[in-house]
Design a protein around this ligand. Structure first.
Ligand SMILES: [Zn+2]
Length: 82
C-alpha cells in the first residue's frame, strides 16, 4: 500500500483503479529531506506520477506533514546513508 495514501487514510487500490494489482507500489528515493541521506518510500501509481510531474521539492512542499512523518521513519520508510 502507498505510504502517502496510508498517511492520508485512503485506499490506494481504489484510487488507482486497480491498474497494477501485483505491484501496487513503486519504490521511490527522496534525496532532499536530509543531507547525505536518502529515504526509500513506496508510492502508488497516482502519487508516483505526481512526484514525477511536479518534482521532489514541490512534492515535499505540498505534502509537508507527510515529509516530516516520513523523516521520523513512522511510515515504514527506510533512511539510508549515501
Ligand atoms: Zn498514493
Amino acid at each position: 500500500m502507498c505510504d502517502l495514501c496510508k498517511y492520508k487514510k485512503r485506499d490506494s487500490g481504489f484510487s488507482c483503479g486497480g491498474i497494477s494489482p501485483k505491484s501496487d507500489t513503486f519504490n521511490v528515493i527522496l534525496r532532499n529531506i536530509f543531507v547525505n541521506h536518502y529515504i526509500v518510500i513506496g508510492l502508488c501509481y497516482i502519487h508516483d506520477i505526481e512526484l514525477f510531474r511536479i518534482g521532489e521539492k514541490r512534492f515535499l512542499k505540498k505534502y509537508a506533514h507527510f515529509a516530516v512523518h516520513t523523516a521520523r521513519g513512522e511510515c515504514g520508510s527506510k533512511v539510508k546513508k549515501r
